[in-house]
Design a protein around this ligand. Structure first.
Ligand code: ATP
Length: 292
């Protein structure tokens, strides 16, 4: 019986805009996603019964249907007619409920991993259909890299690799519900939309300064109104040499981009020494190809 080892990478939103709300309540987005090297590790093993089971290093995470890896395995079996059992051992390193798509990325890794392990031959489009049933960010997590995501997250346009940046992630000690933040967002003529088209142009020109000057997230004022530490962290990142700083996804994680690795390292140790954030700070960087 085989085992597959796979990685599930975190993402940040270099730009996140919401352009409207569909009649069915789904938000229409226009966002530039970037995969990071920070990842969870998964071992997917075929078992000799017909059950799905999950174990994880985080005791507070559910291991049944409420875990996205369980759900992904279940929907995958439904779609393919596979009756074999599977055990998924999930080693989390990506902070949970943080705006980094940790759960979505785990789910995408399970879909691809099971397709390989069981030789089920689902096409990329078939995998994408299942992925969208699991969550709006899951189709993106199947491909990773620098990608423009539109629609409700399923219209994917791969972009040229964004110019490399070292990334510091700081997660305040609060967890945020994505649903709650989207529901609180009010779009009107005063909404401060990111200039996603200029960000795309800067990426295609390989213009790092252009990219970092356009980093912005329309959800940030919503989450920051509940958690003012988001703004404090951004300020602290800038004071410690970040070229720009913003919130990722619906938050609360804040990221800072640094061209200079040494400056990033110094800032990382500064946050590490700070009693408030020590356990919740990561130094990582862009990852362009999630299959390597
Ligand atoms: P996104 O950026 O896509 O909004 P997120 O990073 O904010 O996602 P997740 O880490 O995916 O959020 O977790 C959101 C919720 O999903 C948590 O409350 C958690 O209990 C639940 N969850 C289910 N499965 C997982 C998983 N495999 N990893 C992390 N959280 C999971």
């Amino acid at each position: 019986m085989g085992t597959i080892e796979t990685k599930a990478y975190a993402k940040i939103n270099l730009a996140l805009d919401v352009t409207g709300v569909r009649d069915d309540g789904y938000h229409m987005v226009k966002m530039v996603m970037q995969t990071l090297s920070l990842h969870d590790r998964l071992f997917i093993t075929e078992t000799d019964d017909d059950r799905i089971s999950v174990s994880t290093n985080l005791p507070f995470l559910p291991t049944g249907k409420a875990n996205l890896v369980y759900l992904a395995a279940s929907v995958f079996r439904e779609k393919t007619g596979l009756t074999k059992g599977v055990h998924i051992s999930l080693n989390k390193h990506i902070p949970v409920a943080a705006g980094l798509a940790g759960g979505s990325s785990d789910a995408a890794a399970v879909l691809k991993g099971m397709n390989t392990l069981f030789n089920t031959g689902l096409s990329n489009d078939e995998l994408k259909d299942i992925a969208l049933r699991l969550g709006a960010d899951v189709p993106y997590c199947l491909i990773g890299g620098t990608v423009l995501c539109e629609g409700i997250g399923e219209e994917l346009t791969p972009l040229r690799n964004a110019p490399y940046a070292n990334v510091i992630l700081v997660k305040p000690k609060v967890s945020v519900s994505t649903k709650h933040i989207y529901e609180k967002l009010e779009l009107n003529e005063n909404s401060d939309h990111p200039d996603v088209d200029s960000m795309i142009k800067a990426i295609s020109d390989g213009n790092y300064v252009g990219v970092s000057s356009k980093v912005k997230n329309i959800l940030e004022p919503v989450t920051a109104s509940e958690y003012p530490e988001i703004k404090e962290i951004e300020q602290m990142l800038r004071e410690n040499g970040a070229d720009c700083a913003a919130m990722s996804g619906s938050g609360p994680t804040v990221f800072g981009l640094f061209t200079d690795r040494e400056v990033a390292q110094k800032a990382f140790f500064k946050f590490k020494e700070d009693g408030k954030y020590a356990r919740n700070v990561f130094l990582t960087g862009y990852k362009y190809n999630i299959n390597l």
